[in-house]
Design a protein around this ligand. Structure first.
Ligand code: HEM
Ligand SMILES: [Ca+2]
Length: 306
């Protein structure tokens, strides 16, 4: 019923090395940063819908799989590709042994390390789920406009604490967002103030420059304007300075319930790292399936076995 760190120690002792090397060659091949944030976000979106079970990886010819849901359309292809390739590398040495859900969990850790974040051991033993439906996504993923009450409620539903919410939001230390996800904060915040007053005015002007009204919907900006390709605690320093990109980010500093933790993480990178590692382990336990009734070891991450 529970995950363990050494789950594959006799059945596939090199699994973590194989995944890490595969992720490294994906990085070599793409020559961009994009696989790193894409893989981390993919893990989050997997765990919050049906649990950490690889359900997000399934491709449907009918376009009705989990990945086809509106909330998942902005998951970058490089994240899927990173996991699918890593699983292929694992299958070549340990066929039918390691789940896609576990490969995704290992890859998510590896990309954090590649971006300069903390390393940690990953609990393993997940089975791959048997359900992947677009219709099961709505309401299970947070929206960038969510306030703290909504965020806490959603994380609580997944057995995650407010501390986990604050720490995991630090993933927004890396990666990109499309303009549409925060444009309301620049142009239509409230009748009296079209620009969200919790935004630093200079940062707001920069965002308006990068994201003019009617901007090409494919344009994306760095979520962390300061150190966008380093996994660090500067995200929290940004929040203190009014440079949280989403309402969901900025709320963590605005709301008195979470402000002191944000300030602590801004000042103490080691406290952030420790909380993040704990929170990633908690995230990796969400809704996991560990027996053969609940799931399978998928051979190809994009299709159920049959
Ligand atoms: C707390 C509530 C959260 C909200 C509302 C949220 C929302 C978003 C949004 C709107 C984007 C931009 C997507 C786009 O336009 O392409 C994004 C990107 C991202 N999110 Fe979150 N997120 C949250 C939590 C998390 C968590 C817990 C993680 C991982 C542990 C995470 C990791 C990422 C990463 C790495 C990106 C960048 C993706 C890329 O560059 O491909 N987010 N998030
Ligand atoms: Ca899932």
């Amino acid at each position: 019923q529970v995950l363990v760190e050494n789950f594959y120690s006799s059945s596939c002792p090199n699994v973590e090395l194989i995944v890490q090397q595969s992720v490294a060659s994906k990085m070599q091949a793409t020559q961009t940063f994009t696989p790193i944030p894409a893989t981390l976000r993919l893990f989050f979106h997997d765990c919050f819908v049906e649990g950490c079970d690889g359900s997000v990886l399934i491709a449907s010819p009918n376009g009705d799989a989990e990945k086809d849901a509106p909330d998942n359309l902005s998951l970058a292809g490089d994240g899927f590709d990173t996991v699918i390739k890593a699983k292929q590398a694992v299958e070549a040495q340990c066929p039918g042994i390691v789940s896609c859900a576990d490969v995704l969990a290992i890859a998510a850790r590896d990309v954090i390390v590649m971006a300069g974040g903390p390393s940690f051991s990953v609990e393993l033993g997940r089975k791959d789920g048997l359900v992947s439906k677009a219709s099961r996504v709505a309401g299970n993923l947070p929206e960038p406009s969510d306030d703290l009450n909504k965020l806490i409620a959603l994380f609580t539903k997944n057995n995650l604490s407010t501390m986990d919410l604050i720490a995991l939001s630090g993933a927004h230390s890396i990666g990109f967002s499309h303009c549409s996800r925060f444009a309301n904060r620049l142009y239509s915040f409230s009748p009296s103030s079209p620009i969200d007053p919790s935004l630093d005015p200079n940062y707001a002007q920069q965002l308006i420059q990068m994201c003019p009204q009617n901007v090409d919907p494919s344009i994306a900006v760095n979520i962390d304007p300061t150190t966008p390709t380093t996994f660090d605690n500067v995200y929290y320093q940004n929040l203190v300075g009014g440079k949280g990109l989403f309402t969901s980010d900025q709320e963590l500093f605005t709301d008195p319930r979470t402000q002191s933790t944000v300030t602590d993480f801004a000042n103490n990178p080691l406290n952030f790292n420790a909380a993040f590692v704990t929170a990633m382990r908690n995230l990796g336990r969400v809704g996991v399936k560990t027996n053969n009734q609940q799931g399978e070891i998928r051979r190809d991450c994009t299709t159920f076995n049959s």
